[in-house]
Design a protein around this ligand. Structure first.
Ligand SMILES: NC(=O)c1ccc[n+]([C@@H]2O[C@H](COP(=O)([O-])OP(=O)(O)OC[C@H]3O[C@@H](n4cnc5c(N)ncnc54)[C@H](O)[C@@H]3O)[C@@H](O)[C@H]2O)c1
Length: 430
């Protein structure tokens, strides 16, 4: 496979650059490249990959054999609906300690967000002050495109990746205007705000500029035929949606365990408390619905109730998110799993994960921007199913069934990397 060299700078433009996830990702990456921290949780930076037969003993680091962009070549920027620079934003988010942020203070202060595309109807709990003035959705797209071009020129970037790490928008179903590029563009120009969300404006602008687009929230956004068509036309990779970081990651590890051992499941109750701005936004029923659909989607395709009605034909699955300010970014997620075994005897499994939301999400952001850039240099376009590993609701077209099992997703990711570098894929038969 021919891979374009990762030469020159790679610009990373993040939508919601002043948020907890973005600022933690950017500050952490800057610290890592200064040798001031370790990139724990990042596959691109830490994981090895087996090449050849097991007894050949070849386990190089992924970053030593896959031609990824070097961290020293990354330039960060983005959009937010609040004007704070990223040092202030990170202090505000209260994820990383001041002493850690101070190690990269100058670089963080130099990152100032472009004004955002904002519509209160899509995120009810925020009141953006740093927003674009364009009259129609089409005008707003043009403004975002201009920002991308300006950033690329001023920072001397060869390539740009755009990633959404902004708030979860209210739930909107797929409508006729989303089903083809021409009707979608018509809706943009006619300013049909009921069906064209702000996130779609960013995604359309990124694709129009030839930039890969990553969707980190569960918003419909690029998960529509119009965007698939545009991505194919522009030959640009897209992926999403909704980073798989905490409770859902656990779910996609535990559900395959039950399935592999043919243990039954009668109920799965998941609840969370979280007190960051994301928690506040998700306290709104419209935004929660978008997240709920994403969180609920994972179990069915893993358990295949249609094949195992006795085991999984009657599962009660419930997901709750409760906004609880004292915990800030330190989410606590409880799972109560009602399972059953031999002759139907019931058992319970309880999980209490005291996690840190943005600490889990930051390494995913780093991997995703590097892999999306790699995909573009390999000439891949459209939905990148090999990056499903990173998402709660892996994007797929109407014919494909999504894969949710974390370890199958990981095999697919590694086999794709092996193929990219001209190595044999591994099926563990030898
Ligand atoms: N942390 C995790 O583990 C995790 C996992 C999956 C998904 N997510 C999603 O990632 C996103 C970011 O999470 P967070 O904790 O950083 O939230 P956050 O509220 O701290 O950050 C979101 C940022 O987006 C900005 N924003 C909102 N609408 C915008 C718009 N239209 N244009 C530009 N900026 C806009 C906000 O001002 C804010 O700075 C959320 O959608 C969240 O649901 C997070």
């Amino acid at each position: 496979m021919e891979i374009k060299e990762a030469k020159g700078k790679l610009g990373i433009l993040v939508v919601g650059v002043g948020g907890a996830v973005s600022s933690t990702f950017i500050a952490g990456t800057l610290a890592v490249r200064k040798g001031q921290g370790k990139p724990i949780g990042s596959i691109t930076q830490l994981a090895t990959i087996r090449l050849g037969k097991r007894n050949e003993n070849r386990f190089p680091k992924i970053k030593d054999v896959v031609p990824l962009a070097d961290l020293k070549d990354l330039e960060f920027g983005g959009w937010d609906i609040f004007p704070e620079d990223i040092y202030q934003a990170a202090m505000h988010a209260e994820v990383l300690k001041k002493e850690d942020l101070d190690k990269v203070k100058d670089e963080l202060e130099a990152i100032r967000p472009f004004t955002g595309v904002f519509d209160q109807e899509y995120v009810k709990r925020l009141h953006g002050t740093h927003v674009k003035k364009g009259k129609t959705r089409w005008d707003l797209v043009e403004e975002v495109r201009e920002d991308i071009r300006k950033f690329k020129e001023e920072k001397h970037c060869e390539r740009i990746v755009v990633m959404w790490a902004a708030s979860t928008e209210v739930y909107i179903p797929m409508s006729e205007e989303h089903k083809g590029l021409s009707v979608f563009e018509k809706a943009l120009k006619e300013n049909n705000t009921a069906v064209i969300s702000p996130s779609m404006c960013y995604a359309y602008a990124a694709l129009a500029e030839g930039c890969p687009f990553i969707m980190g929230a569960p918003n419909l956004c690029v998960d529509i035929p119009a965007m698939w068509e545009f991505a194919a036309q522009k030959k640009v990779p897209i992926c999403g949606k909704d980073y798989k970081t905490g409770q859902t990651m656990l779910k996609t590890v535990l559900a395959p365990m039950l399935k592999t051992r043919m243990l039954g499941l009668s109920g799965w109750f998941s609840t969370n408390i979280l007190g960051n701005r994301d928690g506040e936004v998700l306290d709104d029923p419209g935004s929660f619905k978008t997240k709920e659909v994403s969180k609920l989607s994972v179990i069915d395709t893993i358990l295949q109730p249609e094949l195992y009605p006795d085991l999984y034909g009657d599962v009660y699955h419930k997901v709750r998110i409760n906004y609880y300010p004292p915990r800030k970014d330190n989410k606590e997620g409880w799972d109560n799993i009602d399972l059953f075994g031999w002759l139907g005897y019931p058992m319970q499994l309880k999980v209490d994960f005291l996690c840190r939301d943005s600490i889990l999400a930051a390494p995913l952001c780093l991997d995703l921007v590097l892999f999306a850039d790699l995909a573009a240099r390999c000439g891949f376009s459209g939905i990148q199913t090999w990056l499903s590993f990173y998402f709660k609701s892996p994007m797929h077209d109407f014919e494909t069934i999504p894969e949710h099992d974390l370890f199958i997703q990981y095999s697919k990711l590694k086999n794709t990397l092996r193929t990219i570098i001209g190595e044999k894929t591994i099926d563990h038969m030898e």
